[in-house]
Ligand binder design. Structure first.
Ligand code: 1CP
Length: 333
């Protein structure tokens, strides 16, 4: 996985799945029963076991730390919870300059359980790389400003355009938090990192360049190139070149853009990750097989290709299908 991310030719095309740990696995549901999500994320033994489950079961080529993008926000004292079936919910959404006072800088001491979980995982995983991650400033800001998941991002866009200085100061603080959160995971032994700007596809390109790119760049350039950096968003076909240029080594591609187009749009200079539609895992096997084969073919035009979904595993996915996809990718060489 790391070889592919660096644009070198690995022995075989690597594969892992966003949200590979989680509700699609019965062993996860069993382990999580009775423990709330944020509590689980702060318990290194649970994090370690949940992170390892999909590696054991599917034989994927990378583990991703079991955590959440709001974990560092909770760690610095933001009053938020992860509500089952909804996602992150912020008790008092951010709207004014005074709210910045509720967002102190993140220090490694705020997240000792992350250092502990990553260190224990690196020891357990042996040669399998561990991917660390963080939410990107825009996606984190969206949860803080909207107060929870949003389809329209209306309050976020209103702040961005209505008070650009406040927006910029908020994102600069979130960039510090994201960079530190990634650095903690790198320092503890993560082999790669992924910056999730899941919802930034909601923006037109001009707004991305003006209001978001400088902050995401600060995060990616801030962590440097000690480990490969994957930059991912959903619905970002129009932003791929800019997201790649923001300081990524690998560009995450959702399922709306073909890998051929993604490679062309990023000038053939970046490794790509993706782009199987998670919903397609519910289709007959022949359909999945044909699509995976095509994605691997198209990925050969990039300097490196990591097979993944275009977004996270859907909760009611049959996990045996995921294992079959891994076997197929490995058999295709
Ligand atoms: O296996 C893995 O991929 C590691 C675990 C992981 C990751 C990478 C979780 C566990 N969350 C995340 C990142 C994350 N969290 C993202 C970026 C990835 C993406 O786009 O999917 C985002 C947007 C969130 C926010 C979030 N947390 C949501 C989405 C809500 C929305 O806005 O639509 C949800 C549902 C959560 C809760 C969550 N995070 C993770 C799990 C297993 C769960 C479900 C917890 C539960 O309810 O029991």
């Amino acid at each position: 996985m790391v070889q592919a991310a660096r644009g070198r030719a690995p022995r075989h095309t690597p594969v892992w799945f966003m949200r590979q740990a989680g509700r699609s696995l019965p062993e996860y549901r069993e382990l999580r029963a009775g423990t709330n999500m944020l509590e689980s994320c702060a318990t290194p033994e649970l994090v370690t076991e949940i992170t390892l489950q999909p590696v054991r079961r599917h034989n994927v080529d990378a583990a991703i730390l079991f955590s959440d993008i709001v974990v560092p926000l909770k760690a610095i004292g933001v009053d938020l919870d992860i509500v089952a079936g909804t996602g992150p919910v912020v008790a008092e959404p951010f709207s004014t300059r005074a709210d910045l006072d509720r967002l102190p800088e993140l220090a490694p001491e705020h997240v000792p359980y992350i250092t502990e979980a990553v260190s224990s995982l690196v020891a357990e995983l042996g040669p399998t790389p561990l991917i660390g991650f963080s939410g990107a400033p825009f996606t984190l800001a969206s949860y803080l400003v909207e107060g929870g998941p949003s389809k329209t991002h209306q309050r976020t866009k209103a702040m961005m355009h209505g008070d650009p200085q406040l927006w910029s100061d908020l994102c600069a603080r979130l960039a510090q938090i994201a960079q530190t959160f990634l650095q903690v995971q790198i320092d503890a032994g993560a082999s790669a990192v992924q910056l999730f700007d899941s919802w930034v596809g909601a923006l037109p390109r001009a707004d991305y360049l003006r209001f978001v790119e400088p902050h995401s760049r600060a995060v990616l350039e801030g962590v440097g190139d000690a480990v490969p950096r994957i930059h991912f968003g959903v619905g970002t076909g129009e932003l791929l070149a800019d997201m790649a240029d923001a300081g990524a080594d690998v560009i995450g591609v959702d399922f709306r853009v073909s890998l051929t187009d993604a490679v062309q749009r990023t000038g053939g200079r970046f490794a790509v990750q993706g782009n199987l539609d998670p919903a397609l895992l519910f289709a007959p096997w022949q359909v999945i097989e044909a699509r995976v084969t095509q994605i691997i073919e198209e990925g050969r035009s990039a300097p490196g290709h990591i097979v993944n979904l275009g977004h996270g595993v859907l909760p009611d996915t049959d996990p045996t299908v995921l294992t079959r996809v891994v076997d197929l990718v490995h058999s295709l060489g």
